[in-house]
Design a protein around this ligand. Structure first.
Ligand SMILES: Nc1ncnc2c1ncn2[C@@H]1O[C@H](COP(=O)(O)OP(=O)(O)OP(=O)(O)O)[C@@H](O)[C@H]1O
Length: 324
């Protein structure tokens, strides 16, 4: 479990992390998402005590990192900065780490097996490909059999096979009941590995949500309809949770809260001719861009934890919404 409370980090004038409150729970993979410079790496560094918060706090498994007697056995971390001696073999690198915590050689061999490094364990880590380097970093993170595993951009630059391998590994770790926290600046990468999402922008919390809810908050699926009688169709479709948007007098409407099938049936029931009826799915990427676009435009005083596309406000657009 990772618990951040009003976590803040300033570098001079720059506020890298700005009052973050979140909890990363065990038994699931949580993605830590935000555009470049959003404060993800800084947050992760504070979680493992590599940076001190300016104010606020963060705890891992109930304590600050520095309060743990054997931190490698509490939280295993792969951070972006590589701290591997290039001339040392993968095996020796892991053995050196193991010695600091009294971890036996058998566990080193185990993590080498877990990460598929058997055939290259004796080779210089400096000559490793990006994928092999990531595997070695993950082997080091898992060495102490920690309850919490934290990886900064683990799929960055990996080939599809490597991404699949990481996804299976992380899902497996979560199924064992561990807390798994994974950062990325790409929604498409995180969506492949995470169920829960913590989204940040400019150091602030933008969303603490599930992948599914994020799409729903961003407007969910909308149905594009064209009809000869938009005014009547609006009347017929109006109901709880239904929102209808369209330019005044135009034949095209965008409907949320009803499926294409429901709209087609209602139109037929009332003999309203439709020229077009198609579902438009909001992609995760769009949902993420919506959220972070708000962050970029954000100049004010409060932090929202929900993201919405809201109702278009462009002049000439009419929205009809019924109370849910
Ligand atoms: N040591 C430092 N001194 C000054 N500014 C810093 C320092 N570390 C980070 N920053 C600034 O803090 C902000 C957050 O940086 P951070 O690296 O945490 O973001 P990030 O979300 O991890 O981004 P990326 O996806 O690019 O890795 C950035 O504007 C960065 O320039």
């Amino acid at each position: 479990m990772i618990e951040a409370h009003r976590l803040t980090k300033r570098y001079g004038e720059k506020t890298a992390v700005d009052g973050l409150d979140f909890t990363v729970r065990p038994g699931t993979v949580t993605g830590f998402l935000g555009p470049n410079g959003a404060g993800k790496s800084t947050t992760m560094r504070m979680i493992v005590g590599l940076d001190a918060p300016t104010s606020g706090s963060v705890r891992v498994n109930g304590r600050r990192y520095a309060e743990h007697r054997a931190p490698l056995q509490e939280v295993g971390a792969l951070l972006e900065a590589k701290s591997i001696h290039p001339g040392r073999s993968a095996f020796n690198h892991l053995m050196a780490l193991a010695h600091t915590h009294g971890i036996p050689r058998s566990r080193v061999e185990e993590v080498i097996g877990l990460t598929g490094l058997q055939s290259v364990a004796g080779k210089r880590a400096g000559a490793f490909s990006l994928g092999m380097g990531q595997r070695l970093g993950i082997a080091a993170a898992l060495l102490g059999d920690p309850a919490t595993v934290m990886l900064d951009e683990p799929v960055n630059g990996l080939d599809p096979e490597g991404v699949l391998w990481i996804r299976n590994l992380l899902t497996g770790l979560a199924e064992e009941g561990r807390t798994v926290f994974v950062s990325s600046h790409l929604m498409s990468e995180v969506a492949l590995v995470a169920d829960h999402l913590i989204v940040v922008g400019r150091g602030r919390l933008l969303a603490d949500t599930t992948v599914q809810d994020l799409v729903r908050q961003a407007g969910g699926d909308a149905v594009h309809v064209a009809t000869a009688d938009p005014a009547r169709l609006r009347e017929v479709l109006a109901g709880p949770g239904v929102e209808i948007t369209g330019r005044a007098g135009a034949e095209e409407l965008l409907v949320t809260g009803l499926t294409a099938r429901e709209i087609g049936l209602k139109a037929a029931e009332h003999s309203i001719a439709l020229f077009e009826l198609s579902t438009r799915t909001v992609s995760l990427e769009e949902a993420f861009m919506d959220l972070t676009r708000d962050a970029v435009e954000y100049h004010g005083t409060t932090t929202g934890t929900t993201g919405t596309t809201g109702t278009p406000t462009t002049t000439g657009i009419e929205t009809s919404r019924s109370a849910a």
